[in-house]
Design a protein around this ligand. Structure first.
Ligand code: SAM
Length: 218
């Protein structure tokens, strides 16, 4: 049985934060987005990408905020000087600021965080070239399980090429997906000339599955 912690309504529909046992769950229009019980791959999105990037004074962009685990992990890397987080749902940012997600509550207040409320596609387009060392995208359950239909463009060549322009040479774009995606892999190959897919086994209670990260280096 789930208990409602917070609820918001936007032009895109309903956003809900629920407590189920010891964990919190985020739902959009009734669809499960993520919970705090299984966050290995959200964290791995940050660590696997930053591990491959050299240098100091790193600048990262994270889309979206979700329950804050990718952001928290980015901030744990002391080489990160600026972490830009982009979240389309203003209520979710407020819930973080109000401490409703205790495990990651400190992240949003870190003085290295620049919070953008808006669509990650628009925020990335507005950035100057060669701005980021890493761009980490986790805005859907993957290209085939969109949270919002308009996000489909995020997995296509035009947006991927725009994201590449915003990376420094040697910088990495990484995308989280609940499933493998030959189409996304091909699109990343087309734009970057390379794409590494990490398939990460995850235990969801009794059920085992595999989540995927796609990494491309400029
Ligand atoms: C799966 S969650 C992100 C999980 C996050 N990696 C974490 O560690 O908690 C997806 C988030 O992306 C946001 N989102 C969806 N579409 C977006 C868009 N176009 N621009 C920015 N944020 C978006 C959703 O509101 C949601 O908060």
């Amino acid at each position: 049985m789930a208990e409602l912690v917070a609820r918001g309504e936007t032009e895109r529909g309903e956003l809900a934060l629920l407590r189920r046992g010891d964990s919190l769950e985020l739902r959009v229009n009734g669809v499960f987005v993520m919970d705090t019980a299984h966050t290995e791959t959200e964290r791995e999105l940050a660590t696997a990408t930053l591990r491959a990037v050299g240098g100091a004074d790193l600048r990262a962009l994270i889309g979206g905020l979700g329950l804050g685990f990718t952001l928290r992990e980015v901030l744990a890397d002391r080489r990160v000087r600026e972490a830009h987080v982009v979240e389309i749902e203003p209520d979710l940012v407020t819930w973080h600021r109000d401490g409703l997600v205790p495990e990651t509550a400190a992240a949003i207040g870190d003085d290295r965080v620049r919070c953008h409320v808006g669509d990650v596609a628009e925020v990335i387009a507005a950035q100057p070239p060669e701005r980021f060392d890493v761009v980490l995208l986790d805005v859907d359950n993957g290209p085939d399980f969109l949270v919002y239909d308009a996000n489909s463009a995020i997995y296509r060549g035009e947006f991927l090429a725009r994201s590449k322009e915003k990376l420094v040479p040697g910088g990495t774009l990484a995308i989280w997906s609940a499933d493998t995606s030959p189409e996304l892999k091909a699109a990343l190959h087309e734009v970057f000339g390379n794409c590494e897919e990490l398939a990460i086994p995850v235990q969801l209670g009794q059920h085992e599955t595999t989540y995927h990260l796609f990494l491309s280096v400029r």
